[in-house]
Design a protein around this ligand. Structure first.
Ligand SMILES: [Zn+2]
Length: 410
């Protein structure tokens, strides 16, 4: 530890920000089963297919349409490695009409469709989508020259980013947005005492600013707290209460607002976006040195919305990094108690580090907190704009946001 950091450690009362639920063990390990023939050669483009689902390369048999009225093509072929189901990149690239380029030297496959650009690296969990870092729950696998992504990562994350029109889950409406200012009352969250910065104060201020922006655009907004208070006597109950409030409000979207810390490391800076870990996968935290596997196999309520949560997280990630010009620490997963019980897509955002004095000083200014709120509003707007063309358009099922007469145009 550097002397300055040691002084900081002595002066600060920083405590862990994220509150997670207890993890469950343990996934089994067994021998791999099978793999398909060679498909991704060096600098060999993946065969592009027509972009409309269910055409061209698809087998004739079609599954019944899901509840949301969207098309449901037959399932992709599954290959199991070490008890995990994988899908071949060549298979979903053909289905989704993606162009592909394999670079042998980097062991990287780049898939593109329109403005989307996904870069997968063999044996790595970290992928890049539109230049943003995303950490998958399982590493990309390569077998006999063919690249595979876990079925859970494909269906719960990558598909929504690449081709949201292919997601089989019903397209959510977006009317009621629940904002959750992290911490409160006896729980201050992160404290940078030399700078007199408390996380609970900043999160509430950002939430109130974001509420104002979203109401001006016609959304209905509910805050889990509007003043300095805990929502329950214990931390666990407090976190669960926030999801209960969101569900009771009929939330279509939930954002928990936090500020980060890696104290006593005072150098790290940047933005992290968290979603609840997908079923059968480890959280990002559990991949750290000495950490135990925290895989949960049961489906949490919020896991039903994994695909749209990933789309929301990506939009918030992009707009926050772009708006704040912060370094990208990634779109990650964690077993977050505040998200677990949600009946809608939900994301926890850690915009900057209060353990980093430079970022804490910025966060202490109203102008910067307004910028955070505006970046989050832009992310929500982008998410809504992506979903809007996918929603049913009949009057009875229209999911357009009602615009109150009193609201100002955006
Ligand atoms: Zn926090």
């Amino acid at each position: 530890m550097f002397p300055a950091a040691r002084r900081f450690a002595a002066q600060c009362g920083l405590i862990t920000c994220l509150a997670t639920a207890d993890s469950l063990p343990v996934r089994g390990e067994s021998a791999e089963v099978s793999f398909a023939p060679f498909a991704v050669n060096a600098v060999s483009p993946v065969r592009a297919a027509p972009s409309r689902p269910g055409t061209g390369v698809e087998p004739a048999a079609m599954a019944p349409a899901p509840a949301g009225g969207l098309k449901a093509p037959p399932p992709l072929a599954i290959t199991r490695f070490k008890n995990v189901d994988y899908v071949a990149t060549a298979d979903f690239a053909a289905r989704l009409g993606l162009k592909g380029k394999w670079e042998e030297a980097k062991r990287q496959l780049t898939l593109t469709t329109g403005p989307r650009r996904l870069v997968l690296t063999a044996e790595k969990r970290e992928v890049s989508c539109d230049g943003l870092r995303i950490f998958l729950g399982h590493a990309v696998q390569i077998r006999a020259g063919k690249l595979y992504v876990s079925k859970t990562d494909y269906e719960g994350c990558l598909l929504a980013l690449l081709r949201p029109d292919h997601v089989s889950a019903p397209v959510p409406r977006l009317r009621t947005i629940v904002l959750d200012p992290g911490h409160g009352g006896a729980d201050p969250g992160m404290e940078n005492r030399p700078l007199r910065v408390q996380e609970k104060v900043l999160t509430l201020d950002v939430a109130l600013r974001l509420e104002k922006l979203l109401r001006a655009e016609g959304y209905s907004v509910v805050l889990t707290r509007r003043d300095d208070r805990q929502l329950a006597p214990t931390k666990e109950a407090d976190l669960q209460r926030r999801a209960i409030i969101a569900n009771a409000a009929g939330a279509d979207l939930f954002i928990s607002i936090h500020f980060n810390s890696l104290f006593p490391d005072t150098r790290v800076s940047g933005t992290e976006v968290y979603v609840f870990t997908r079923p059968g996968q480890r959280s990002d935290q559990s991949w750290g040195f000495g950490q135990t596997d925290d895989t949960e196999h049961d489906v949490a309520p919020v896991n039903r919305h994994d695909a749209w949560t990933s789309l929301l997280a990506h939009a918030l990630h992009r707009e926050t990094i772009g708006g704040l010009k912060t370094s990208d620490r990634g779109h990650k997963t964690k077993h977050l108690a505040v998200l677990r019980g949600l009946n809608c897509p939900g994301v926890l955002i850690e915009s900057v580090f209060l353990s980093n004095d430079a970022e804490a000083r910025r966060a202490a200014t109203t102008a910067y907190r307004q910028q955070i709120a505006e970046s989050l509003a832009a992310g929500i707007r982008s998410y809504d704009a992506t979903l809007d063309p996918l929603r049913p358009k009949s009057p009875s099922t229209s999911a357009t946001v009602p615009r109150p007469a009193s609201s100002s145009p955006p």
